[in-house]
Design a protein around this ligand. Structure first.
Ligand code: ADP
Length: 595
């Protein structure tokens, strides 16, 4: 049996992605496995394919309910018998599923970790034949990880319920050395086969921007019909940005922890089904969301760490097509993040969080290749120039801001390094308000020395000075701006301060253009949307954008040709082939006539 043939038959793909084949082979040999693949790297197929080829049922432990429904829908659309049981499934319904499992040859059963503790479930499993246990998002078992789930720790005690010999296959997208060791130890993996594949996502374009007006920037950046996510750091920002986008004529929805469950589900579905193409959300949204045609992920605020950023940004372009990851930042973001971190009482947490924050601040301010910066941080070697990030493409000009920096630094010096950003700006601008009156800021020599500069400019420059180490923001409850050794060189030794100014080079963006027929592609997308409505499945479950593009390139007119399209397998051919073939044939005929 050739694994490639099975991949084509069930999933419609011709070739394995990096790492998939070796992992699958090891699972088939019944060896324990730890697969560390980036988001979009194709982890699901690593366990889904062997599950199909082995006797018995594969139990997949996965943390998020939304993910399960998605995965099961997608498997079923490929003709694979799969079920899921979690807290969203009512008791009666789960009994029904159990009785089906007894009668049918169920290949994959998704469960939430909480289910493992359920007595009834344990008893049921002891009567089943299990092919292997797959643990998705395995980093949830580690306290070092960012999404620790206590119920993951219960997984090993569940192994005893399984009566036959079985192996464990675990998967994650992020694993530092600590997390990796935790996974092996806590999941009790025996001499596991470990495969780490490259973290580079070539189809993603990275950029960092410090625009005057973030909202204006977004409006210019996004096209009205493309699908994308905008992450904001607070619920308030989510509400604001979503409202403004809708007012500006975009179709946006929102997601944050302040919404109730039914609102959250509805909004998530609106996004998944392309009824609303923009999702504005806090970081509560996204884990387990497998929407493959996300064309941009914009961070409206600076995230707190590179780990968080790379995971969220990685939700763009899972279909392998070009996508943009844009991080918008300003000085205020740094201050807000420090404030949020300082809310913790755990000193260790504050210390590591501050270290992590300083890495992402450097990412925002570096003039070097952004991809190189990211890969280097995750311990991977790479070229120093990628030609697909804003720093490689835009021209960076250094501008001299020494004089204005001196004004700001002297103001901090004059207030005896006792106040925060607002007071410094009030003083420099020469504002007269209660704050100024109380602190007697109008008596200082620096009062009003920047009265002609916009407030935003002063705030951003303070942000730059913080990022480049000229100003230290204290870790106290109210962040206070302090001078550093570096700032003394500017104040007293007239050292120059230079900051980056990017000159956009719009035209030269590296676009990996594929020569597909855009008109046909639009028609096929429309057909997909109609089918999705009538069959009540998300559009991307029918075919991904990448598959439709390949279709618009190959323009198949019969079943054999249709099967050659990437992403088309036997099942999809029989379910959707006739509709898409008809559309393509009509299109080709009308093309002939119009020529
Ligand atoms: P992960 O869970 O690692 O983030 P997924 O399993 O969701 O990634 O896969 C990401 C996308 O890649 C999905 O749309 C999936 O169908 C697609 N994919 C997986 N394996 C292949 C393959 N061998 N060839 C082409 N596309 C693939």
């Amino acid at each position: 049996m050739k694994l490639e043939n099975k991949l084509k038959e069930f999933f419609g793909y011709d070739n394995f992605k990096k790492g998939q084949k070796e992992i699958i082979e090891k699972i088939l040999e019944r060896k324990d496995v730890l697969g560390i693949l980036p988001t979009g790297g194709g982890k699901s197929i690593c366990y889904q394919l062997p599950a199909l080829l082995m006797e018995g049922t594969c139990i997949v432990i996965s943390p998020l309910i939304s993910l399960m429904k998605d995965q099961v829908d997608s498997l079923r659309s490929n003709g694979i018998n799969a079920y899921f049981i979690n807290s969203s499934v009512e008791f009666e319904k789960s009994r029904e599923i159990f009785s089906k499992i007894k009668k049918e040859d169920v290949k994959i059963l998704y469960i939430s970790p909480e289910r493992l503790e359920n007595k009834f479930f344990r008893e049921f499993v002891s009567g089943m034949k299990i092919s292997f246990v797959a643990v998705d998002e395995a980093h949830c078992i580690s306290q070092w990880g960012h999404d620790f789930r206590p119920s993951y720790k219960k997984i090993p005690s569940f192994y005893n319920c399984i009566r036959n010999e079985f192996a464990i296959a675990s998967f994650t997208a992020t694993a530092t050395e600590n997390v990796k060791n935790d996974i092996i130890k806590n999941l009790k993996l025996k001499d596991p086969f470990i495969r780490v594949t490259g973290f580079d996502r070539e189809n993603l374009y990275y950029s960092t921007e410090n625009p005057k007006d973030k909202f204006e920037f977004i409006i210019k950046e996004i096209k009205s019909n493309e699908s994308g996510i905008i992450y904001c750091s607070t619920r308030k920002n989510v509400e604001l940005v979503e409202k403004k986008l809708n007012k500006a004529g975009f179709k946006a929805t929102k997601y944050h922890a302040g919404l109730n469950d039914s609102q959250k589900n509805k909004n998530q579905e609106d996004f998944l089904f392309d009824r609303k193409n923009i999702m504005v959300a806090t970081n509560a949204f996204g884990m387990g969301i497998d929407k493959s045609n996300v064309r941009f992920v914009i961070h409206y605020n600076m995230p707190k760490s590179m780990e968080e950023y790379y995971q969220e940004a990685g939700r763009a372009g899972r279909d392998g097509e070009n996508a943009r990851c844009i991080l918008l930042f300003n000085g205020q973001d740094i201050v807000t993040n420090k404030f949020l971190i300082n809310e913790s009482r755990n000193l260790n947490y504050i210390k590591t969080s501050m270290e992590k924050l300083s890495v992402i601040i450097n990412y925002c301010n570096t003039s070097n290749c952004l991809r190189h910066f990211i890969l280097n941080y995750f311990g991977e070697e790479s070229e120093e120039h990628c030609s697909n990030c804003s720093n490689c493409i835009d021209e960076i000009e250094k501008i001299d801001v020494t004089v204005d920096s001196q004004k700001i630094l002297s103001c901090i010096y004059r207030v005896n390094q006792m106040y925060g950003m607002t007071s410094i700006i009030d003083c420099l601008k020469g504002n007269y308000n209660l704050n100024v009156k109380n602190k007697k800021l109008n008596k200082l020599s620096t009062y009003g020395i920047m009265k002609n500069d916009p407030k935003e400019y002063i705030r951003d420059l303070i942000g730059h000075l913080v990022a480049d180490g000229y100003i230290h923001v204290s870790n106290s409850e109210y962040p206070i701006l302090k001078l550093t050794n570096k700032s003394k060189e500017v104040l007293f030794e007239s050292k120059k301060v230079l900051i980056n100014k990017k000159n956009k080079k719009e035209k030269s963006k590296k676009i990996i253009e594929d020569n597909f027929d855009i008109n046909l592609f639009e028609k096929l997308k429309n057909l997909r949307l109609n089918l999705s409505k009538s069959r009540k499945v998300a559009p991307y479950i029918i075919f991904s954008d990448a598959t439709l593009k390949d279709m618009s390139k190959k323009k198949p007119v019969n079943e054999d040709e249709f099967l050659k399209v990437s992403g088309v397998g036997e099942k999809k051919l029989s379910m959707y082939g006739e509709f898409f073939l008809e559309e393509i044939i009509n299109y080709k005929t009308s093309e002939k006539f119009s020529n």
